[in-house]
Design a protein around this ligand. Structure first.
Ligand code: PBG
Length: 355
């Protein structure tokens, strides 16, 4: 035997990859239904479910259908839903007045879902984009050149109280205005809702991955463009340090959970935040991330299930403690469908003598 065939490597990491059970034993990251939050869109009316073209499998649901969907989601042991209203254009105004209407769609939906499925955690967005005719997350300044930060914060603080009153467990300000977490915390506490949590969309980037969502809630068409520019309030995708400033401020101002959004293209931010804070970290796998996996799968270029699972695993591995994803229900179904055979159902086997 010549010397070359006897190469001895001290470390052979492949040893731990050779069987399924060994690989399972050393697996570092797993996705559980406890990690998942399902975003859902609600519309007015009865008995209707409208498909959203750019988000295959996602639908806008009337409240009766939404309740059924939430019951199923609770059965799958998904931890929470994030509800978004999709309003008729006629209800949208320059100042988003409908956001403070006590009988607005989202509040009616929350009251009904909370009653029908009390164990399910309900999260709602606190931002004006579903309500404004221009599709921005706040009201505009006098010259209409930009969103007016402080006027918007005042409205959001009132809106959060209405949501808490309707039964929302976690309000999620997604507007990226300065100082909104402190204002919302104060107004919730003053109204007696000190148990309502705040999930802050802290590092929310001005991303092109929100396109399909804007179709879903009609905020893109309301603005008359698919390129609604939110760059004066959402973060520049180039900036990591600025993202850390935003998360730090939200933590100081009283946020309970900090979120990074989008998720997949911003894994570095998720990891950095996980290393920096002791608060729970959420990540939002947004509509565009969902759409691109579906689109590639439809063309036969990617395997839908495998790519989906890998995308979520990566977000969790990066440090997210919880993930908002439109795949939540599909993934939960897959997780829960693993039926262990009961002892009675085990096939007869010959275990040999004495057993
Ligand atoms: C709006 C809001 C957006 C999303 C959640 N809340 C879009 C935006 O900022 O225009 C995006 C979610 C997604 O793309 O799935 N405040």
């Amino acid at each position: 035997m010549d010397a070359q065939s006897k190469i001895s490597h001290l470390r052979r990491p492949r040893r731990l990859r050779k069987s399924k059970s060994l690989r399972a034993l050393v697996e570092e990251t797993t996705i559980s239904t406890n990690d998942l939050i399902m975003p859902l869109f609600v519309i007015d009316g009865k008995n209707k479910s409208e498909p959203i073209e750019s988000m295959p499998g996602c639908k806008r649901l009337t409240i009766d259908y939404l309740i059924k969907e939430c019951l199923e989601i609770a059965q799958l042991e998904i931890a929470a839903v994030a509800l978004f209203p999709s309003l008729e254009a006629s209800l949208k105004t320059e100042n988003g007045d409908e956001a403070l209407n006590k009988e607005t769609l989202i509040l009616r939906a929350v009251r009904k879902v909370k009653k029908a499925v009390p164990e399910l955690t309900i999260i709602t967005d606190i931002a004006l984009d579903p309500y404004t005719s221009h599709g921005h997350d706040g009201v505009l300044n006098e010259k209409k050149t930009d969103v007016d930060n402080d006027k918007t914060v005042e409205i959001l603080a009132k809106m959060a109280v209405l949501h808490a009153e309707a039964g929302v467990d976690i309000v999620a300000p997604s507007d990226m205005m300065d100082g909104r977490i402190e204002a919302i915390r104060n107004s919730l506490d003053n109204a007696g809702y000190n148990e309502t949590s705040i999930l802050a969309y802290s590092a929310k980037f001005a991303s092109s991955y929100y396109g399909p969502f804007r179709d879903a809630v009609g905020s893109a068409s309301a603005a008359g463009t698919n390129l609604l520019d939110k760059i004066t309030y959402q973060l520049n995708p180039a900036n990591r340090l600025e993202a850390m400033i935003e998360t730090e401020l939200d933590e100081i101002e009283g946020a309970d959970i900090l979120m990074v959004k989008p998720a997949g293209p911003y894994l570095d931010i998720i990891r950095e935040l996980r290393n920096e804070t002791t608060l729970p970290v959420a990540a939002y796998q947004v509509s565009g991330e969902y759409a691109q996996i579906h689109a590639a799968a439809k063309l036969g270029w990617l395997d839908l299930e495998k790519t989906r699972d890998e995308s979520l695993l990566s977000i969790k591995r990066a440090g997210a403690d919880m993930i908002l994803t439109y795949f939540a229900k599909d993934v939960a179904q897959k997780i829960k469908n693993i039926n262990l055979p009961t002892l009675e159902n085990l096939p007869d086997q010959d275990f040999g003598e004495g057993i």
